[in-house]
Design a binder for this molecule. Sequence first.
Ligand code: CA
Length: 229
Amino acid sequence: MSKILIIEDEAEIADLERDYLEINSYEVEIANEGKSGLEKALGQDFDLVILDLMLPGIDGYEICRRIREEKNIPIIMVSAKKDDIDKIRGLGLGADDYMTKPFSPSELVARVKAHLSRYERLIHSNQKVNDIVEIRGLKIDKTARRVYLNGEEKTFTTKEFDLLTFLAENPNHVYSKEELFREIWDMESIGDIATVTVHIKKIREKIEFDTSKPQYIETIWGVGYRFKV
Ligand code: CA
């Protein structure tokens, strides 16, 4: 349920707005002056703020500016004076919408709905999509560090995963064992290039149908390995 904060000093207007929003299944809280309104807006998780311009304490201009410094939730500013609305538009405080009082409650509800759905789309589109490398049935989810072969998850150790991912991200490039060792194991690492051979063997056992005829990681005799595309 979306939570809405109404910052409004005229109790009748605030109550009317709340009633209409609650009928439309929104959770509503009212602050009747600027200071507590700003504290609520910054301190709690509201999805939208309906903000009156002229308020005792801190006025709507200042509240809008302060909310915007910290949050990108929709702000609908309301004022009794059309001139004020024109003025705040001009100030570029970052409000999403402006309404002149008196307005019909159903108009307010319609705008609240529109802004909330736009905001939800925005949040949704900002969600990080996993970084995935996909080649012929082999899927490497770099974000989750998981590997799937034809939809079936395969368990990889950290270095196996790093090695496979490095090769898959640089396909058709032949790397020597020395180069791969330097790339995947840090310089201080104790070990030698035979480690690379061991890891390639283990990776192949997990992803190749026939390890004697590898479809993904090819051996280039006397040189090194190449990921085939
Ligand atoms: Ca007022």
